[in-house]
Every structure is written in structure tokens, then in C-alpha cells.
Design a binder for this molecule. Structure first.
Ligand SMILES: [Zn+2]
Length: 588
């Protein structure tokens, strides 16, 4: 049944290859360092999706549009002054995104949100004019009501766009097809007085009836077949609109922290193809809405593939978007920009003869400090740090007892802070010379620990949320130095967890036990899992389990590990979590 549908769409897509316009800005990444560890949100979702769509040629450079921030005039058509005023305070934003207020650079967060809203409006105007589908890579903030934000939605971009278009004289019927895993409570509230709107919703959470919404609530673990049948029925009831907003939620995916529908990547793509076919010829704005798993970017990129190419082909499971991106950036950096590998000069000779002091220290015999700063800039690290409130970056090198030490400092509030500390060495692992990382600390000293941001084992200050960039950048350095990989010992579960996309334990049995641990603790937030392991509250096959800080490696050539051994151990062991013993009764 599904296969027949897929073939049909593929065939149709050859007849109707569409041009899709895409809205994207690198500032779509929320500058909240605690977002991923807290809510499980992948802050790089839009980046990963646009890189994929551009790299595959599904979307051309001229089809990608940079948004402008929505004006407060436009926001005020929908939202109360009290709500808009509250968004100037870190506490209010922190509440919406479930992070600590100390982690909220208000202006930068509002820039992200206002860019997304501006894009939803621009996309709506564009699709009305061109009749081409428009995809905005951030938006679908469907929980925001006129006077109340909530659930990762500070304001309601869809309602704001509808209000602006009405103000410009657009009087056609608007359909909002909400396919996020949660009901469109904010959209229903914002559009309640619009006589020419239809709102349809297919979700997996029953929050009580919403007025004037065609709602279908599916049970937990629904799966593809039933989900797509319910969607087809909903589409059958949708009146043909003059403008559609499609909230192609990424949280329908199996394994999502908050969505429980259990749809596969194939099913999510099938969904988008079905809707795109139904909306052929109707101006439509597509939005990602929610998504709380590290695979949610694949749903969003998939929406782009469905719209642009009518393609049902999945993104290869082992494709790593950050690695692919950094490879390209790394190729663009010439050795001369990073190091001191020019011709031998008179200065060099004088230095070698001891006639003048050494000019500078080279990291691992290659990088200059300014070369390192340049690389950090080109890989986008400084931009992320700037959005978190740091300026005036400076890299230094020296040696520690274990190896060569790199430190990166940045200024905030007229004070210099240590942001990155790294100790590196060339060393052999399994006979291969690798870049060995003795110590890596990513520090956000402006952020504070709190109930929302508990201290992770081993942390002195909260992290930067840039561990994945750090690992990928180290791999690019290893390539540059002609080494076979990168290795380190994860002192804690969360460190290994953050590295798991690129790194694997060198010992295949150890890797098998780690994969079993990730599998068996998938139902608890990372924070809880790492604390439980550190406190000895995890059991392996019934016996207390102590974290094994063995070497992990990112092999740049072939992996020496035997996949069979990994799998055998993974299937052999089972981990269980012991609840913390209840706190003693207090008098109050
Ligand atoms: Zn949702």
C-alpha cells in the first residue's frame, strides 16, 4: 500500500518538478548553550537541512532567501503589549525554552525568533505571488496565543503572517494544516476571529477540544500506516484554500522526546509527498514546527526534498552534516593561513642560529595562534560565542605536563574569560598515530547552574553546547597534520554521548556496552542519565555498573573495530536504572 503510493508520487514528481523557495539564516540557531542538554533540541537543525539541500543541488543558491526581522508593528497585530514587553526579559525567555535565565542573551534570541517570523511572512507573500511552495527552515510556533507564550513558542509566526496579509487586503481562505505531534492551541486562539480560516490538526496528544479545529488525536505509537490513513482523511475534509500553512512537525518521528506518534523517516516523507500533491497549485508555506530528537533535521531536509524534487529517497543514515560541512570549509583554508610554512627567510636563519629570540610557538609544529583564531572564525565558532555575549577572542599556546595546551579567551562585561581549554598530543593508538586529546573543556562562565541547568559530573561551569563542533574540528586538524584519527578518554557518560556521532570506543566490546547503555537509557533525559551513572544508580544485568572511561577514537581512515563484536556485546547486556532513594521526610 505504502509502496504503491510512493511509486505514484515518484512518477508524478517527474511530471511536476517544483521550484521551491527557501528561507534561512545562520542566526536561526538559538544561542542557548543549555538547549540541547535540557530539552533535547538540536539547535543546528536548520543549518543541517540547508547544507543538505544545497549540497545535493535540490535547492539552488538563488532560491535561498535571507529573512528580515519582523517589526513590532506586525507582532502587535496579534500579540498583547504585555506579552511583547515580557519578551525583553531573560526570565520570560528562559521559561519558554526551559533553560536558565543566565543562559539567555535576550537580543540574540529575539533576533532568531523575529527572523523566523519575518521569513514566514515573506514566504507567504512570495508564494501568493509565484504560486511556488515556500519553505521556511524555522517557524511554526503554534503554541503562542495572543497573550501567552509557551512550549518553545514566544510568538506565533503563522498568526502574525495571516494578520499582516489581512492588513494588506488579502481576503482569501487560509488553511493551517498542523502536522506537528502536538495540538495547535495557540493558532486556534490567535485565529479565532478570522472568518475565512480552516485549521486542521493531526496530533498524538489530547489536550482537550479546541474550538473550530478539525482535530484528530492518534494514540501513542500509532506508526506510519494508521498515521497516513488519518492524514488522507483529514486532507479529504480540507476545503481548498487560497493560501495554506503546513506545519510539517519533526516531532512525529519515533524516538522523539515529546512526540509519541512513532512515525518513521519514510513515513514522514510520505506525509510530505501526500500533502504536497494535495496542495499542487495552492500557494503554501511549509514550516518545521517541533522536533526533539537529533534526527529531526532529517525530517526537515526531507520536507525540502519532497517539495523540490518529489523525492522519497532517504538521506543516508551515516551521513554526518557537520563533518561534511567542515570538510568543505577545511579545504578552503590554505596551510599558509594556518601556519608558518612559508619560505625560509633571513629571520628564520637568525632564529635558528640563536641570534634572535624565537618569534612564536607552533601548536603541534604547525598552527600559529593567529592561524588557530582564523580557523575558529571560519568554522563559525566565534560567531556562536559572540551570540552568547563574548567578544575579542584570543588563542594562546603553551605546554602542560601531558602535552601542548591551547586556550581560547573571550571578553564579556569588560572581563576576559577562559572559554576553551584543550591539551593535545601526537600519540599512537592501536599502532596508528592520532591526535590525542588529554583534556577538552568548553566553558560558558556567564551561565550559571540551577535547577534547570544542573551541574554535570566534572563540570566547573556550564558548557558551551559546542562539543560536536569541537570534535569535528579536531578531526579536521588531524587530517591537516596527516594523522589517522582523534582519540580521547570520556570521563563521563555525557561526554561519550556528545561524541557518539563521530567517535567509538576503541575496544569493540566496550563500544557494544556503550551502545546498549544509550539504548536502555533512551527514555530518560541525558542529564538524568549521566547523573544516575555517576551516582552508581545504573545496573548492568542486575549488578552495579561503574563507568568505564576507556579510549574512544574517531578513525579518519578505516575503523579497526569489528562490527560483529560490537553487536554481540550490545545484544548481550541490559542496563536498568535505579530510582534515587526518596529524600527523608522533612518536618514541613
Ligand atoms: Zn510539537
Amino acid at each position: 500500500m505504502l509502496r504503491a503510493r510512493t511509486l505514484l508520487y515518484r512518477f508524478r514528481s517527474w511530471l511536476h518538478r517544483r521550484d521551491v523557495n527557501v528561507w534561512y539564516d545562520p542566526r536561526y540557531r538559538l544561542p542557548l548553550s543549555g538547549l540541547q542538554v535540557g530539552a533535547g533540541i538540536e539547535p543546528r537543525r536548520a543549518d543541517f537541512a540547508i547544507w543538505w539541500l544545497r549540497e545535493t543541488g535540490a535547492v539552488t543558491a538563488s532560491a535561498v532567501h535571507a529573512p528580515r526581522r519582523i517589526t513590532y508593528d506586525d507582532l502587535a497585530r496579534v500579540h498583547t503589549p504585555e506579552l511583547l514587553e515580557s519578551l525583553g526579559r531573560p526570565e520570560a525567555i528562559a521559561h519558554i525554552f526551559a533553560v536558565d535565565p543566565s543562559d539567555v542573551p535576550v537580543d540574540e534570541v529575539m533576533t532568531t525568533i523575529r527572523l523566523a517570523c519575518g521569513a514566514t511572512l515573506a514566504a507567504a507573500r512570495d508564494t501568493l505571488r509565484t504560486k511556488r511552495p515556500a519553505l521556511n527552515l524555522l517557524g511554526g510556533f503554534h503554541h503562542a496565543a495572543p497573550g501567552a507564550a509557551g512550549g518553545f513558542c514566544p510568538v506565533n509566526d503563522v498568526a502574525v503572517a495571516v494578520a499582516a496579509l489581512r492588513n494588506e487586503g488579502f481576503s482569501g481562505r487560509v488553511a493551517v494544516l498542523d502536522l506537528d505531534a502536538h495540538p495547535p492551541d495557540g493558532i486556534a486562539a490567535c485565529l479565532a476571529r478570522d472568518p475565512k480560516r480552516w485549521v486542521g490538526s493531526l496530533s498524538g496528544s489530547d489536550w482537550g477540544p479546541l474550538e473550530d479545529v478539525d482535530e484528530t488525536v492518534l494514540p501513542e505509537g500509532t506508526g506510519d500506516g494508521e498515521y497516513l490513513d488519518a492524514l488522507a482523511a483529514l486532507l479529504g475534509r480540507m476545503p481548498r484554500p487560497q493560501l495554506a500553512f503546513v506545519l510539517a512537525g519533526g516531532d512525529v518521528l519515533a524516538g522523539d522526546r515529546f512526540g509519541k506518534l512513532g512515525v518513521t523517516l519514510e513515513g514522514a516523507r510520505e506525509r510530505d509527498l501526500l500533502v504536497a500533491t494535495e496542495l499542487e497549485g495552492v500557494p503554501a508555506v511549509w514550516l518545521p514546527a517541533g522536533g526533539y530528537s537529533d534526527r529531526s533535521w532529517r525530517v526537515l531536509a526531507g520536507t525540502g526534498m519532497a517539495l523540490a524534487a518529489g523525492s522519497a529517497e532517504l538521506i543516508p543514515p551515516d551521513y554526518d552534516p557537520l563533518d561534511a560541512r567542515f570538510r568543505v570549509l577545511s579545504r578552503e583554508l590554505s596551510p599558509v593561513e594556518l601556519s608558518d610554512t612559508g619560505e625560509l627567510t633571513a629571520d628564520d636563519l637568525e632564529e635558528a642560529l640563536g641570534m634572535r629570540p624565537q618569534r612564536q610557538r607552533l601548536l603541534l609544529g604547525f598552527y600559529t595562534a593567529s592561524g588557530m583564531e582564523h580557523a575558529l572564525y571560519r568554522f563559525g565558532i566565534f560567531e556562536q560565542l559572540e551570540r552568547m555575549g563574548y567578544r575579542q577572542f584570543r588563542a594562546t599556546f603553551d605546554s602542560s605536563g601531558l602535552g601542548e595546551r591551547v586556550r581560547v579567551y573571550g571578553e564579556a562585561e569588560a572581563q576576559e574569560h577562559l572559554l576553551v581549554e584543550l591539551v593535545l598530543e601526537r600519540r599512537r593508538v592501536l599502532g596508528v598515530e592520532v591526535l590525542y586529546v588529554h583534556w577538552l573543556s568548553l566553558r560558558n562562565p556567564r551561565a550559571q547552574f540551577s535547577e534547570r541547568r544542573p551541574r554535570l559530573p566534572g563540570q566547573e561551569v556550564p558548557g558551551l553546547g559546542l562539543a560536536r563542533e569541537a570534535g569535528t574540528m579536531l578531526a579536521r586538524m588531524a587530517v591537516r597534520l596527516g594523522l589517522g584519527g582523534v582519540a580521547f578518554r570520556p570521563a563521563h557518560y555525557h561526554t561519550a554521548y556528545a561524541a557518539r556521532h563521530e567517535f567509538a570506543f576503541v575496544d569493540p566490546e566496550r563500544q557494544g556496552r556503550f551502545e546498549a547503555l544509550v539504548r536502555d537509557l533512551a527514555h530518560v533525559p541525558l542529564l538524568e542519565a549521566t547523573i544516575a551513572i555517576a551516582e552508581g544508580r545504573v545496573r548492568m544485568d542486575g549488578a552495579p555498573y561503574t563507568w568505564e572511561a576507556d579510549e574512544m577514537a574517531y578513525w579518519l581512515r578505516e575503523s579497526p573495530a569489528d562490527a560483529g563484536e560490537v553487536e554481540r556485546e550490545r545484544e548481550r547486556v541490559r542496563f536498568t536504572l535505579v530510582e534515587p532513594s526518596p529524600a527523608p521526610m522533612s518536618g514541613s
